[in-house]
Write a protein that binds this ligand. Structure first.
Ligand code: 13P
Ligand code: SF4
Length: 309
C-alpha cells in the first residue's frame, strides 16, 4: 500500500500541473519558505514576479505584494493562500484622503511605500520599498515637496538619511515594528552585550538609534551572512529567522517581543499556511483581480521605482 502524499508533495504536484511558481516573503512560516521557488524582500519579490515564467504565481506574503505582482504580470493568475493577509499600513491609508491631497497639492510628489493598496499606488508618482526608499527620495529634485506615505517610521528614517526638509510624512505604522519598546531592546543588549542589533526601518526612531544595522529584510539577511558566527538581536518579524539560520547556522539570534502581541509575529503573514497554499493551487482562489485601468495607473509609479537602482 502506498502512503498518502504529504501536503508538501501535493503542492509540488499541483505546482507542476498549474505551471505555477511559489514566491515567499521572509516572514512566512519555515515550511512555506522551504517549498518556495524564491524567497525575498518586497523589492526582490516584485522583480521575481516580473522576471519569472509560468501561468500562475502563488504569492505567499500579504495581499499588497500580490497586487504588485499582478500589475507586473497582468496575464498570469496571481493567488494568495489567505485573502485576509493584509497589512496595518494598508488598512491605515485609505485612498480618498490621498486623492484629496493630490487635488489640493498638484505640484507635490507622492511617494508611496509598497505597503499600500493598489488604489493608493495608482494615485502615486513613485513607489518605494524599505530597500530603496532613500534612493527613491534622493532621485526627486530637491525643490519639490514630497508626501511620503504611509509609514511614519520609514518616512522619518528617510528624512534623516536624505536631510530633506520638504518631506511630509503620513502617520501610519506597522503593528509589529512600531510596538517594539526600546526598553526591551536595551534589556536584550544588556543580556547579550556582544550581539549586533539589526533592525527594519519600520521600527521607531528610538529603536533605530540603538541599532547597528538598519535595512530591508533581505538586507538584514545579507548583513547577517556577512557576519556569520556573531550573535544578533533581531528587530523585525521573527519569520525572518528561517533565512537567518540558513545563512548563519552557527549564529545565535535573539528576538525582542513587541507590546502588541508580546511576540514579534505579523498576524497577517501568519494567516498563510501550507494547507491553504495547497487549496489555493487547487482552486486558483483567492485570486487577485484588478481592472485594466488600475493596472495601467499603478504600473507607472512601479516602473519608475524599478528604474531607480
Ligand atoms: P521588506 O520589503 O523589507 O521585506 O518589508 C516588508 C514588510 O512588510 C516589512 O514589515
Ligand atoms: Fe504590514 Fe507590519 Fe505585517 Fe509588514 S510586518 S506586512 S508592515 S503589518
Amino acid at each position: 500500500m502506498t502512503a498518502a502524499p504529504t501536503i508538501a508533495e501535493e503542492i509540488l504536484e499541483l505546482k507542476r500541473e498549474r505551471r505555477a511558481i511559489i514566491l515567499a516573503h521572509h516572514y512566512q512560516d519555515a515550511e512555506i519558505q522551504e517549498i518556495a521557488d524564491f524567497t525575498g524582500d518586497s523589492l526582490e519579490l516584485a522583480r521575481a514576479a516580473r522576471d519569472t515564467e509560468g501561468d500562475v504565481i502563488a504569492f505567499c506574503g500579504v495581499w499588497f505584494m500580490a497586487e504588485t505582482a499582478k500589475v507586473l504580470s497582468p496575464n498570469r493568475i496571481v493567488i494568495v493562500p489567505d485573502r485576509n493577509a493584509s497589512c496595518s499600513l494598508v488598512e491605515g491609508c485609505p485612498v480618498e484622503p490621498i486623492r484629496e491631497y493630490r487635488r489640493r497639492n498638484p505640484d507635490h510628489v507622492i511617494v508611496s511605500y509598497i505597503n499600500t493598496s493598489i488604489e493608493v499606488k495608482a494615485e502615486s508618482d513613485l513607489l518605494c520599498t524599505s530597500r530603496n526608499a532613500v534612493n527613491i527620495v534622493n532621485s526627486i529634485p530637491a525643490d519639490k515637496t514630497v508626501l511620503f506615505l504611509p509609514d511614519r517610521n520609514l518616512g522619518n528614517y528617510v528624512k534623516r538619511q536624505t536631510g530633506r526638509e520638504n518631506l511630509k510624512i503620513w502617520q501610519g505604522s506597522c503593528i509589529v515594528h512600531n510596538t517594539f519598546p526600546v526598553r526591551r531592546l536595551l534589556e536584550a543588549k544588556t543580556a547579550h552585550p556582544e550581539a549586533i542589533v539589526v533592525a527594519h526601518p519600520e521600527c521607531p526612531e528610538a529603536v533605530l538609534d540603538h541599532s547597528d544595522f538598519i535595512g530591508s529584510t533581505s538586507a538584514i539577511v545579507d548583513y547577517v551572512a556577512a557576519h556569520a558566527g556573531r550573535e544578533f538581536i533581531v528587530m523585525t518579524e521573527s519569520g525572518v529567522g528561517f533565512s537567518l539560520e540558513r545563512v548563519a547556522p552557527t549564529s545565535r539570534f535573539y528576538y525582542v517581543a513587541n507590546e502588541n502581541c508580546n511576540c514579534s509575529e505579523c498576524p497577517f503573514m501568519r494567516l498563510n499556511t501550507l494547507e491553504k497554499l495547497r487549496d489555493s493551487l487547487q482552486t486558483l482562489e483567492p485570486r487577485v483581480e484588478l481592472s485594466a485601468d488600475l493596472i495601467a495607473r499603478a504600473l507607472l509609479p512601479l516602473e519608475r521605482m524599478l528604474a531607480v537602482k
